[in-house]
Unconditional design. Structure first.
Length: 518
């Protein structure tokens, strides 16, 4: 809090007289500090009105000038010199130095104790604090009404008026969400490197005034920054208003998040019914249109390698930022998300975000399909996801898989499904009964073109262990695993294989690391 020097000098009961620096009376001081040391500068923080009787003032003129210079260099706002005790008048050297250095010099008469000067300043502080409380009460009510009626834009506008400042609300990616007045959009604020995710408030002061940036956190994530700039410094009460504005902005974001969470639960139910064909295609398509998926084609993204709940939170945050609904369910330990037909880049962004959370995450993306074919697209996405898992790839699109056109044809798919049940079903049953991983091993072997070293590395086993498993498969199925035709049939069968008995790859890698199981 600052007190204008001109106001203090104008108090008639104090009888103060300006002796130097009359053109600097618009200065303000933060506190009054009575001190009679010969060099008080080490005990000054800057911005004080220093009061002295001259008791410790050196007698030499040069030392007196240095005394004043030390105050100026320490950032003192002004010097009050009490006469009638140590000195009947202020020494000429002190007056001359103060005039030269443009440091306001005020004569305090003997009839005015320093206590009275301090008391007047304290009373002024108390009045200003009371005024700030009344103002804050009024402005906070106004800001709250504005938030309820018109949202963050009105909150920013009310804050700008109350603090006579430029105020900008920007998102984490730098886009402008609200600004008042209009030229506040040009405000910039550079954060210290490494502090982009900080919860701290940053303040910068220069010749143009004060700029402050306060983070807006919603649900454990930074939603953006509230940036404020004005020519003068900020008082504690001003910071209270800024914090109140941030709280209102957060509440405005939390409210729709609650509604979005409820909508997500409804979307999950409808999506699950749609995948199970328990709801008519037209009703399913109608619901998707209602929540914002209005395109004629959709894609299904299947993500695995991490906790589906955590992946759902990440996906919802990203989709919310893209103003898209979250239509997602959990299937076969994968998070399955419905995306627009043109959502290839979105799928890449989402999968990359999941990998930043969990290095083992991966994804598979279906081809664009009409809404009535979404159940089939789910299989495409899961097939692509399993391939990504086997290849240790970030994202695999179903269209990139060899033979996907055959699998997409319903008649061919039925034939392959029958073949898969006959051959892979036998292997899967053996795995469940004996704790082996023959289906997983077969997939890795075929996905890597029968290269023993590569496939065994992916499985974290010795190549001789993998050879032993292939021999088991050869004996169980009675096939020639070296035949190109047999390999093609098995690979296509794996593309349509959805039995839950297949060992999860990530669990299998962990179990096999460091030792081989025959």
């Amino acid at each position: 809090m600052q007190v204008p020097l001109r106001w203090l000098v104008g108090r008639p009961e104090l009888g103060l007289r300006v002796r130097a620096g009359a053109d600097q009376l618009d200065r303000a001081f933060s506190w009054v500090h009575a001190i009679d040391l010969a060099d008080p500068s080490p005990w000054l923080a800057g911005g004080e009105l220093v009061l002295t009787t001259g008791l410790g003032l050196p007698a030499q003129r040069s030392a007196q000038r240095n005394y004043v210079r030390g105050l100026a260099e320490a950032g003192s706002a002004a010097l009050g010199f009490g006469v009638g005790l140590s000195y009947q008048d202020i020494p000429d050297a002190v007056v001359g130095a103060a005039e030269e250095l443009r440091l306001p010099l005020v004569e305090v008469p003997l009839s005015t104790p320093f206590r009275d000067v301090i008391r007047v300043v304290v009373d002024r502080y108390a009045e200003e604090c009371h005024g700030d409380l009344l103002r804050n009460s009024r402005v906070q009510s106004s800001m709250t009404r504005a938030a309820v009626r018109q949202g963050p834009e009105s909150v920013v506008h009310e804050l700008a008026i109350a603090l006579e400042a430029q105020v900008l609300l920007r998102s984490s990616d730098g886009s402008v969400l609200a600004a008042s007045p209009a030229d506040a959009e040009e405000l910039s604020f550079s954060l210290p490197e490494g502090d982009l995710d900080s919860t701290m408030t940053f303040t910068a002061m220069d010749k143009n005034g004060t700029t402050i940036a306060q983070p807006v956190w919603v649900g454990g994530r930074r939603h953006g920054w509230l940036v404020l700039a004005r020519p003068s410094s900020l008082r504690p009460a001003d910071h209270t208003l800024i914090s109140h504005a941030v709280s209102l902005i957060v509440l405005d974001r939390v409210k729709p998040r609650g509604l979005r969470a409820a909508q997500n639960r409804l979307n999950r139910t409808i999506f699950g019914l749609g995948l199970g064909r328990s709801v008519s295609p037209w009703r399913f398509e109608e619901h998707l249109r209602d929540v914002g998926l209005t395109g004629t084609e959709l894609r299904v993204l299947a993500c695995g390698g991490a906790d589906p709940g955590l992946m759902l939170d990440e996906a919802d945050e990203l989709l919310d930022g893209e103003e898209l609904p979250t239509v997602a369910v959990e299937r076969d330990e994968h998070l399955v998300v419905l995306l627009p037909g043109n959502g290839l880049d979105l799928a890449r962004t989402l999968t990359a975000a999941l990998v930043r959370r969990s290095r083992s995450a991966y994804g598979g993306l279906s081809e664009p399909v009409p809404p009535e074919h979404v159940p089939g697209a789910l299989h495409q996405a899961l097939t692509a996801a399993r391939t990504a898992r086997a290849r240790r790839a970030l994202l695999v699109c179903f269209g990139e898989l060899a033979g996907h056109a055959l699998v997409f044809d319903s008649r061919t798919r039925e034939a392959l499904a029958e073949l898969a049940r006959e051959r892979l079903g036998r292997l899967s049953a053996f795995d469940r009964e004996n704790g082996t991983a023959l289906v997983t091993s077969l997939r890795a072997y075929l996905e890597h073109s029968g290269q023993w070293n590569v496939a065994s590395t992916v499985l974290c086993v010795h190549r001789h262990t993998l050879r032993g498993r292939m021999e088991q498969i050869r004996d169980l199925l009675g096939i020639d695993i070296d035949s190109a035709h047999v390999r093609a049939e098995l690979l296509l069968s794996l593309m349509v294989w959805t039995d839950d008995g297949e060992t999860d790859m990530m669990e299998f890698y962990s179990a096999e690391a460091g030792h081989d199981v025959q």
